[in-house]
Design a binder for this molecule. Structure first.
Ligand SMILES: [Zn+2]
Length: 276
């Protein structure tokens, strides 16, 4: 693990001293708010069904947090073996109704929420957002009544936005500016559909929300074994090029946001200019 300091262009904004983020691949990250550690959608395994991880699985520190946020029931976001690596006492925020659909989830300490809810968990104020995305566990399984979620959260010192998986059909303009946004920019293919964001859409969403730093997630981590060989064009478009396209789209947008595309496991310290 290495620490890298990114100085944003706008030193006059609020000082979220102590804010840092570590991307573990896909939509799994640890966000160090100044006073609380938050983990999102932990998927820490080397493989998931037919999908293979591009790197070694994350270290044990990936399963350390004060609260875990789970955005929806898809297997690449709600992964019980990964959740079970966290201490049994760590609260897990899940879509309302999730334990009815996912057997074994009720052994965790759950906080069930729905869009529109605001809850305080482990010192974090969590505003629960809607997502334009399927709430089902999979196409073959039940779960139609369980919503897919996004989150805006803050410990009072720094704020974050993580939309989960979503398409653009949900408006983002009422979320309000945050210090750190974590936006999905890809997938595991072969197509993205209208329930995900590509890099350009992610930047359009960022423009609606407003953020000082934007971490790209949900790309380049897991892919089907056959894709690299049989569909090299798709592999490049969905797994290799998204971070570069994301940076280009941010630059073209004129937004005052610092794009973050760290390598797996790199802890990025977000420090306003002049305070490092
Ligand atoms: Zn999904």
């Amino acid at each position: 693990m290495t620490d890298h300091v990114h100085d944003p262009a706008a030193p006059s904004a609020v000082d979220p001293r102590g804010l840092a983020v570590t991307w573990w691949g896909h939509s799994s990250m640890t966000i160090d708010l100044p006073t609380v550690q938050v983990a999102t959608d932990p998927l820490l395994s080397g493989q998931l069904y037919h999908l293979r991880r591009a790197t070694a699985p994350p270290p044990p520190s990936a399963a350390v947090a004060d609260v875990v946020l789970v955005s929806h029931l898809h297997h690449d976001h709600l992964h019980l073996p990964s959740l079970d690596r966290f201490d049994r006492d760590v609260p897990v925020v899940v879509p309302r109704g999730a334990p009815r659909v996912v057997r074994g989830l009720d052994r965790r300490r759950l906080v069930e929420v729905a869009p529109g809810d605001s809850v305080d968990v482990a010192g974090v104020r969590i505003d629960v957002l809607p997502a334009h995305h399927s709430g089902r566990r999979s196409v073959l399984e039940r779960g139609g009544a369980v919503p897919a979620l996004g989150f805006r959260f803050s410990d009072g010192a720094a704020s974050c936005w993580y939309p989960g998986d979503t398409g653009m059909r949900v408006g983002f303009s009422d979320i309000g500016p945050v210090d750190l946004a974590a936006v999905p920019i890809g997938g595991w293919g072969p197509t993205l559909g209208d329930e995900h964001l590509d890099p350009e859409e992610a930047v359009a969403a960022l423009g609606q929300v407003g953020a000082r730093w934007a971490l790209a997630v949900h790309y380049g981590t897991y892919w089907p074994l056959w894709m690299r060989r049989l569909r090299p064009g798709n592999h490049r478009r969905l797994f290799v090029s998204p971070p570069q396209r994301f940076r280009q789209a941010v630059a073209a947008s004129g937004l005052d946001v610092v794009p973050l595309t760290p390598v797996f496991g790199e802890r990025v310290v977000l420090t306003p200019a002049g305070t490092a």
